[in-house]
Design a protein. Sequence first.
Length: 453
Amino acid sequence: MGPAGSANEQFNQNELHAMAYTDHLTGLGNRHRLRDKARQLAADRAADPAPFTVGIVNLDGFKPINDLFGQAAGDEILCQVAHRLKACAPDGATVTRHDGDEFAIILPLVFERAGAERAGQMIKDVLSAPYDLGDRNVRLSASLGFAIYPFAGNDFEELMKSAETALYRSKRRGRGQITVYSREIAQEMKRATQLEQALRNAIINDTVDVHFQPIVRLRDNRVVGFEALARWIDPDLGFVSPAVFVPLAEERGFIDTLSETLLRKAAEATLAWPRDLFLSFNLSSCQLMDPRTSFSTLAILNSVGFDPRRLELEITETAVMTSADTARRIIKDLKDAGIRISLDDFGTGQSSLGRLREFTFDKVKIDRAFVSAITTDRTSEHIIKAIVTMCEGLDLEVVAEGIETEAEADKLRALGCGMGQGYFFGKPVDTAATLRYLSEHHHEFALVERASA
Ligand code: C2E
Ligand code: MG
Ligand code: MG
């Protein structure tokens, strides 16, 4: 073969090599490049083991972008992210893309936690500016996890695992978080894994229970329904709040199983109540992104023999925001079957009044944060007044959550709030205690009870 041939071959070799190390969508290096770079840095510093840092950057809520605006829009955003990361990366840094919406960066001159956090903050800021998609702008946040060599791992695999653990923690704490790996964080994540195992077992062994808290009509304090609230006491871990285990089940992908079990239990318990009382049940935001939800909900009601018109489902704003089309369809199917929909924790999320009209809710639950301030803080009072007036105009019912004192109940009544819920009227209690509550507080139920006694 002539010299021209071998040059050509050489070129192809290089090209092949480059291809194997390049992410084709963004033109950044890929995971192989990252691994080589990390190994090379570690080798360079073998004699004098100076630290360096590797960070993983993961976009929050990227998946719905593909679903909502299409693959091309998703790709466009990934390219813009790549561009921004490269532009903001300090000298000597290497930026790579792994897969999907996950990027990595090696920072040879970042040696300790504070430096990693600073770099993280900068990346986070750069990525949070709107993305231009031609006909619209999209905003995204990013979660970051950092691991510092050699403390967080002596080889590439271990280092990346630590960075993944840090990222995982960031994700668990919500959007736009930055975590630098440490032994404490590894411990914390280990406990979360134990918690997850315990919860999975509790679901299998059917030891997650449901309690009920009365919702009353403020005009005469008459009980009109109950909210079902999940309760779990683990033999080792003790009482675990649903505010902890519900998000855990969402994150680990078994909220549907948990929720179905709870709905079945709640509906079964409700059968023993007077028929004029409704059951209010919390739907997780993940369930509003899952098209199977309406079918499984109706199937459970059907198998229990529960009239869907007695059911209200509480949903939050985050749920309807992230996957609006799916959510709209699910809500429509549920409403067609006679189920009513309440907007929970109103006023705390990214409230959009337009959404109230768009989603045809039946009821709004004012968050406890406003209610508990109502007797001391004029602003909260005005906010509640405004919500009540607005709901009147939109023909929506209103429940004030977290009423703890008579003074709060009086104030809310005076402001025209229709319904209330809170420790003042009754704490959440188990099925048997709920029946006792009814025999004390529900006139007709008490009569029937007495008659059959
Ligand atoms: P949420 O739906 O807003 O429920 C109201 C929370 O406020 C409950 O907390 C309830 O016990 C508490 N609460 C009620 N009245 C008062 C009061 O007067 N004072 C105070 N300080 N608190 C009051 P809980 O039971 O810990 O539940 C926390 C959250 O966990 C719920 O907030 C709900 O988002 C979620 N959750 C609970 N059970 C379920 C469930 O079965 N499925 C789903 N998806 N989420 C659930
Ligand atoms: Mg609720
Ligand atoms: Mg609430």
